[in-house]
Design a protein around this ligand. Structure first.
Ligand code: CA
Length: 473
């Protein structure tokens, strides 16, 4: 299954940008010039679902009902080889900064405060910026602005999860205020309300809207569209996997809502919509596929079940094309793609790693990667021994090489049960092993247990003591 882009027109400006793109691992540089040189600057809506592997989406063969996301896939590009990190914070830091984790990842629930994000990049390009959904990158309400977002509506910003959850009766902070809590409120609705208002308020200027959705992470609870939302209050709070299909449907409804809003405001055709997931589905979830197979979630694992992300990109009727793309993509590529769409270059000193997939979205060949890379070391602060799950690998469409030397044919061995001994593979496998080993050798050496990047926390932005609220029921 290779790239099957249907139409290949030449688009203004894009061809030269694509040609300027360097080899895999380098972000293509957009043309120099003042931000005002492009009056047609597209808006960007970036939706990052929580704990949703590719197998949860109808367009990828799932039996869950996701008609809105499927429509986005049929009108845009469905990428079939997109990979995330195995866990939330490692992906969030990687996608927001466009950098592999060995450069800047410190610990779960935190982002180093000397980092630059796509929020900063959008500001540089003259965009209005906003974020709505899950934060979990440091307990301080000044951080969204610090990381490039003008306005926010967030869960787990300066309150911990134990103070309030994200679904029914949510504990949400919005632009400096803690919202009143109501048992009948449902977090995803409030984030969508905020997104609607942000789109309305910025309909006449370019904007970046980042939606790190709280769905479909556990607890697996009922949604306002569940049949027992009104009759079974326990279902709103007590996790039960039977609600997972309802959560998928609600997530899809939220995606449909933002697309519909863009259409109503006349902005859809000038908006780049990127939908993906931060890591594999929870391990308690087994998804039935239309072809009869069943796929168990693998959150936290470096196998496909933990890292194979959905990636659907729509770019309106004028610029975007419809089709399926088999090029390799990883999470560092999102910032590079945004930069190209916004017509700005990522500053060289940000030291990013992505390759733009925007050309593929507009029907051009682009500069496809020959590998994707994963450095995963979910270092736990204060732990006295190395994280046993820490791993590093590099892969192509079929083969995967770990820094330990383990080597797998994913097409035949998706659970990575049987490492192919050096020299023991067929010609194609050994060629791939040599290619991947060569690419891996360009990354700085690392072994499990190496001390990771130092934590950077500025005095005015320190994580505050976790705030506890008294809930009134
Ligand atoms: Ca996650």
């Amino acid at each position: 299954m290779r790239t099957t882009l249907l139409i290949v027109p030449m688009l203004l400006g894009s061809a030269s940008m694509a040609a300027a793109g360097a080899a895999a691992g380098r972000a293509p540089k957009a043309p120099e010039g003042p931000a005002t040189a492009r009056p047609d600057k597209p808006n960007i809506v970036f939706i990052l679902a929580d704990d949703m592997g590719y197998e949860c989406i109808g367009a990828y063969g799932s039996t869950y009902r996701t008609p809105n996301i499927d429509r986005l896939a049929s009108t845009g590009i469905r990428f079939d080889y997109a990979y995330s990190q195995p866990l939330s914070t490692p992906t969030r830091v990687e996608v927001m900064t466009g950098r592999y984790n060995h450069k800047n990842y410190v610990q779960f629930g935190f982002m180093n405060q000397d980092q630059k994000t796509f929020g900063h990049l959008a500001r540089m390009a003259g965009y209005a910026t906003a974020i709505a959904g899950k934060w979990q990158l440091g307990y301080n309400s000044l951080l969204p602005d610090h990381f490039g977002f003008d306005s926010y509506c967030l869960w787990q910003l300066s309150y911990s999860k134990s103070s309030g959850e994200r679904y029914a009766d949510p504990l949400i902070e919005q632009n400096g205020k803690t919202l009143d809590r109501r048992r009948d409120d449902y977090g995803p609705d409030l984030f969508a309300d905020f997104a609607d208002r942000f789109i309305e308020q910025n309909r006449d200027r370019p904007f970046l809207l980042y939606l790190p959705m709280v769905l479909v992470h556990e607890p697996f609870v009922s949604t306002p569209a569940s049949s027992d939302w009104n009759t079974n209050s326990e279902g709103r709070f007590k996790s039960n996997t039977r609600y997972f299909p309802d959560m998928m449907e609600y997530c899809d409804r939220m995606v449909g809502r933002v697309v519909e809003k863009l259409r109503r405001e006349g902005l859809y055709d000038n908006t780049l919509i990127i939908f993906t997931g931060d890591n594999g589905t929870g391990k308690d979830i087994v998804t039935a596929m239309k072809d009869g197979t069943r796929i168990r979630g693998g959150k936290g694992l470096t196998t496909d079940a933990g890292t194979h992300a959905p990636l659907i990109v729509a770019y309106g009727a004028r610029q975007g094309r419809a089709g399926v793309c088999a090029d390799l993509v990883d999470m560092t590529d999102v910032m590079a793609s945004m930069a190209q769409a916004m017509g700005v270059a990522v500053p060289a000193e940000w030291d990013t790693d992505g390759v733009s997939f925007l050309p593929q979205v507009t029907g051009q060949k682009g500069t496809p990667r020959s590998w994707v890379f994963c450095h995963y070391d979910n270092f736990i602060a204060g732990a006295d021994k190395p994280n046993p799950q820490a791993r590093r690998y590099i892969r192509d469409h079929r083969y995967k090489l770990y820094s330990t030397g383990e080597f797998y044919d994913i097409q035949r061995d998706i659970f990575e049960k049987e490492s192919i001994a050096s020299g023991g593979g067929a010609g194609e496998a050994e060629t791939a092993r040599a290619k991947l080993a060569e690419a891996l050798s360009h990354f700085p050496a690392w072994r499990v247990g190496d001390i990771p990047v130092a934590k950077v926390e500025y005095p005015g932005l320190k994580s505050l003591p976790v705030r506890i609220t008294k809930k009134e029921r």
